[in-house]
Write a protein that binds this ligand. Structure first.
Ligand code: NI
Length: 136
């Protein structure tokens, strides 16, 4: 019997979506307000979902305290109140769209979760827009 356990977290971060090889007008046409050259912020909400068999000894799929600490170290400490383009190395040459951010988050967390467990990350950039990635 597989059970999914979920942990919610959030971070505030600034970003700008743009391509260096496009001028501001083209960036505005493609990326809209998110191309603002002066950056802007989002309140990102995330759900980290871990699925697997219950450990008979503990009754847990995974210890949620450990999951909480992994999210804090890998995501909150790395992204919260940062300018993603400027301060987070993963986005130095990667457009910080919600799609790319969720993949970066997944790749940071995946090595810390036991390989017998499945991982999925859901990232809300706004209350209405969200993306999911599970390694495929
Ligand atoms: Ni934006």
């Amino acid at each position: 019997m597989k059970v999914q356990v979920n942990r919610k977290a959030h971070f505030n971060a600034a970003h700008r979506l743009y391509r260096k090889d496009w001028d501001d007008a083209k960036n505005l046409a493609i990326f809209g307000k998110c191309s603002n050259p002066n950056y802007h912020g989002h309140n990102y909400e995330m759900i980290v979902s871990v699925t697997g068999d219950i450990d008979e000894r503990t009754g847990f799929v995974m210890d949620m305290k450990i999951l909480k600490d992994i999210i804090k170290e890998e995501v909150e400490d790395a992204f919260d109140h940062k300018n993603l383009n400027i301060e987070v190395p993963e986005f130095k040459n990667l457009n910080p769209t919600a799609e790319n951010i969720v993949i970066v988050i997944y790749n940071k967390i995946r090595p810390k979760i036991p390989s017998r467990l499945e991982l999925e990350v859901t990232l809300y950039e706004t209350p209405r827009n969200f993306v999911k990635y599970s390694g495929n």
